[in-house]
Design a binder for this molecule. Structure first.
Ligand code: DX5
Ligand code: ZN
Length: 225
């Protein structure tokens, strides 16, 4: 299976004073998914936003809301994020001892289930979950902040994840430091969902967003060969 290339702007880098507009602009500019970075100041050293903000953004677009929970514990909040309008919910493998239970809970809420692994976490952490997953998020920076440099060693991990999932219909997402000059190699390694925050929203206008999204997509397709 060759899953479609999806560009997922992270609103972590958008203008928080006009988030509804930013989401509409990103979608108008060609975004496939909207990536929502949830940080708790505990699992990661930064705080972002919660389910009420997602609920407020939901009427602004029909686009897939891709929710990345960088929180521990995650389980007590899964229902709130599902009700807020997330379409996919991704939890971190490092965020709690009962990852399988978290994945089952996300599926029971009728949402697409994802697991994220930090740069230091081996892909073997999710080996026994593969039949329950819709998405694997390979972090290409240490989570917590936008604007960090892509960690090149993750290319090998993406390749291993790709081999491990075999024919299962699991999407591989990369997040962190994805820009025009870094997107081709993770695409070549097997990733198909590309989160980009600062690379897109630093543009500051819908035309600039479109230009960046188009070039990201072209460069990812080029990487696939
Ligand atoms: C990092 C977040 C990312 C971040 C990416 O903790 O999960 O989604 O917003 O930002 P850039 O694209 O600026 O590296
Ligand atoms: Zn993210």
């Amino acid at each position: 299976m060759t899953p479609p290339i999806r560009i997922a702007p992270s609103i972590l880098a958008a203008d928080y004073a006009k988030l509804g507009q930013e989401v509409r602009d990103a979608v108008e500019a060609g975004a496939d998914w909207i990536h929502l970075d949830i940080m708790d100041g505990h699992f990661v050293p930064n705080i972002s936003f919660g389910p009420d903000l997602i609920k407020a953004l939901r009427p602004h677009t029909k686009a897939f809301f891709d929710c990345h929970l960088m929180i521990a514990p995650a389980d007590p909040y899964l229902e709130a994020f599902a009700r807020a309008g997330c379409d996919g919910i991704t939890v971190h493998a490092e965020a709690g001892p009962h990852l399988d239970r978290s994945i089952q809970a996300i599926r029971a809420l009728g949402k697409r289930a994802g697991v994220a692994i930090n740069p230091a976490t081996p892909e073997s952490a999710i080996e026994y979950l593969l039949d329950k997953l819709d998405l694997i998020l390979v972090m290409t920076v240490n989570p917590g902040f936008g604007g960090q440099a892509f960690i090149a060693a993750m290319e090998e991990k993406i390749r291993r994840v790709k081999a491990m999932i075999g024919e299962r219909p699991i999407e591989i997402e990369v997040d962190g430091g994805i820009a025009l000059d870094t997107i081709a190699t993770p695409a070549a390694a097997g990733a198909n969902v590309f989160v980009a925050g600062s690379a897109i929203f630093s543009g500051g206008s819908v035309d600039a967003y479109r230009k960046t999204i188009d070039t990201l997509r072209a460069n990812a397709e080029g990487g696939r060969g």
